[in-house]
Design a binder for this molecule. Structure first.
Ligand code: TRP
Length: 369
């Protein structure tokens, strides 16, 4: 049994069940074809079904085809260092920004995790905010088309809109959707109103109704399920979303998503090449057989092999991935060799990322709204 809420993800996630549970729509062939018409090629995260569900994506494309461009909205609540799992929706967002040539509003709700995490001090959250912004910038978002919204820094713009949302959400809705109780602190109860704001703030600022598309990991859906009901009542367009699966933690597919609070499940963007190698060699759950002999005979089980599953996220080349799959499942490729391939792939990526992350320090101001 899985548990998927914005604050907790546990168990082996059944994504088909989640589609029904949340009332989201699967991304089907027809929709992929429609996206392809505009983007030329499909991002590998779409081709491989990692972005697997949506709400009203068709409506956003209708508007786009009529010449009414959407804006993108996504975010990150600073609470720790950024790991590879966080990057997945952001990399895809960057692709969308490039292909559709649209603006991105990136929210940093710097109060969220302070409210939800018992032991996160305010000052630590602020430190992570600065750090996390570097990781987002390092992915190459266009500075002239990307606006960072920091809840406490842009409170003058955001708070008046948040109260309009909050007035239309009852405690019983928040209780039902997020599982809150009478013991929940009142900041947490209000929080979803702040996460709703960037989905229509650009329409407020530009004084015209603009469609919004929110790429996010599926655990954030409850927020937007609530705000999609409210935003039209304020006179703005209902935001659409495109939703992805989680990058599994190193320790296995049934251990939930990668978690920043558990060193051994995550690879951080600032990890050294040696740290990456050690973690993968030591912790990455293997679908290989107990002995080389048996492995040669039976082959590995790619479905439960974390190294292989990570390559599905990070190896863009379909042909290369196919060969790795064939070789691993036939027993030609050993677990150690597969891990080695992943280590090289990640370290090449991280080398570039870390360089850009350093350079980002000088240009943060360009991104702040
Ligand atoms: N709540 C998200 C988190 O825990 C942060 C966030 C804010 C977000 N706005 C968003 C995520 C929009 C996706 C889309 O990190």
């Amino acid at each position: 049994m899985h548990k998927v809420t914005p604050w907790e993800v546990k168990g082996t996630i059944d994504y088909d069940a989640l589609i029904k549970e949340f009332g989201i729509s699967p991304i089907d062939e027809a929709l992929l074809k429609r996206i392809k018409k505009h983007t030329g090629e499909l991002h590998h995260l779409l081709r491989r079904g990692i972005f697997f569900a949506h709400r009203d994506l068709g409506l956003v494309l209708d508007e786009y085809e009529k010449g009414n461009k959407f804006f993108l909205y996504t975010g990150r609540a600073p609470s720790g260092p950024v790991h590879l799992g966080h990057l997945v929706p952001w990399m895809f967002t960057k692709w969308l920004q490039d292909k559709f040539d649209v603006e991105l509003y990136f929210q940093f709700p710097d109060e969220e995790k302070f409210l939800f995490k018992q032991n996160l001090e305010w000052e630590d959250g602020q430190r992570y905010l600065e750090e996390n912004m570097l990781d987002v910038i390092a992915l190459g978002f266009k500075p002239n088309k990307t606006k960072f919204l920091v809840d406490t820094k842009h409170a003058n713009l955001m708070y008046p809109e948040a109260v309009k949302v909050a007035k239309r959400i009852t405690f019983s809705t928040v209780k039902a959707v997020f599982g809150m109780t009478n013991d929940t602190n009142i900041g947490s109860i209000f929080y979803t109103a702040m996460q709703a704001v960037p989905a229509f703030l650009p329409s407020v600022l530009k004084k015209k109704k603009m469609p919004c598309l929110i790429p996010h990991a599926v655990d954030q859906d409850p927020h937007f399920r609530v705000s999609r009901d409210v935003i039209p009542k304020l006179g703005y367009m209902k935001p659409a979303s495109i939703q992805c699966r989680f990058l599994p933690g190193l320790q296995g597919m049934d251990a939930g998503k990668m978690s920043a609070s558990e060193e051994s499940t995550a690879i951080f963007t600032t990890d050294s090449p040696e740290a990456v190698r050690t973690k993968i060699m030591k912790y990455a759950f293997s679908g290989g057989q107990p002995t080389v002999e048996e492995h040669r005979k039976k082959g590995g089980n790619a479905a439960i092999d974390v190294s292989y599953q990570w390559l599905v996220f990070f190896e863009e080349d379909d042909k290369k991935l196919r060969k790795i799959y064939d070789d691993y499942t036939s027993g030609k490729l050993l677990t150690g060799e597969l891990k080695q391939m992943l280590v090289e792939k990640l370290n090449a990526f991280l080398k570039e990322h870390q360089k850009k992350r350093e350079q980002a320090k000088k240009i943060v101001d360009k991104y702040l709204l």
